[in-house]
Ligand binder design. Sequence first.
Ligand code: C5J
Length: 220
Amino acid sequence: MPEIAARPYAYSFEPTTTALVVIDMQRDFIERGGFGEALGNDVSRLAAIVPTVRDLLAWARAHRLRVVHTREGHRPDLADCPPAKRLRGRPSLRIGDAGPMGRVLVDGQPGNDIVPVLAPRAGETVIVKPGKGAFYATKLDVLLRSQRITHLILAGVTTEVCVQTTMREANDRGYDCLLVEDATASYFPEFKQATLAMVHAQGGIVGWTAPFAAVRASLP
Ligand code: C5J
């Protein structure tokens, strides 16, 4: 069985039962003028991982791993966006408001699209999720189980919010999860580092982490 040189120890996986899950690499978080910037963040930190995520996708496709993309997106009527989410803070744009890339975090709007270079291909799964975790209020678990997926390799943004939440949800559901260290980013570098440490502390309490080079080396 292939092995990835990971922290806290080697991660074994079978390509036929492993999916790459790319979290929320959407324009709203990564491009200027979107929700990420409206919250006061420097989006260049997130844009910096796009080439690595592109290479990770190419690796997964070449080795026929299943590929899942997620987008954080709400219904146009915002019925799936509770006030506890919409009304927090004092951003210049709230979820559902019209911005330079259409309505913020609304499914079907230009800003909700995945950045073009990482666009899903035919046959890949796209999960539109109203929460931070990709398992909450979606069919992700059913889809993965019907495809006999037991292992998840995760990438995307932001490390400590939607990526970490998804990884914890997945681990509680019995999936063995590995987070690709240089294919995930946060607006706060210290939060990213803390999240990586939290994942692989205590013998891998949430899962494993490894750089993309180690992932690629496991299946040349
Ligand atoms: C956030 C995400 N940060 N994809 N979403 O609100 O992490």
